[in-house]
Structure formats: C-alpha cells, structure tokens
Design a protein. Structure first.
Length: 60
C-alpha cells in the first residue's frame, strides 16, 4: 500500500513539475516576443521623429 501511494505521489509531483516547466517556458517566450516588438516600435519611432536634412542653397 505504501509503495502505491509513494508512486502516485511521485507521479503527481512529476506532472506538476512538467506543468510548471511549460508555464515558465511560455512566460519567457512571451516576454521575449514583447521585448522584440517594443524594440522594433522604439526604433521605428526614432526614424519617424528625425528632422529632415535641408539642402544647402547656393554653395557648390
């Protein structure tokens, strides 16, 4: 009886560990994707906010 209970407890712990691993991995992937998206937006905003370069008149 004790052996069965111990095996069942190990099974539950192994399942819980696998589930936690999946959740943490998903969180890391999500945070990486959000950071990548934000970095692209910031670089695009920098390009959009640049002041245009004026051409010089009369100097050759």
């Amino acid at each position: 009886m004790t052996g069965e209970l111990e095996a069942q407890a190990y099974g539950v712990l192994a399942t819980l560990a696998a589930l936690l691993l999946v959740v943490v991995t998903g969180g890391v992937i999500y945070l990486t994707a959000v950071e990548w998206r934000d970095r692209r937006q910031r670089s695009q905003e920098k390009l959009d906010n640049r002041t245009p370069v004026r051409k010089r008149k009369g100097k050759k």
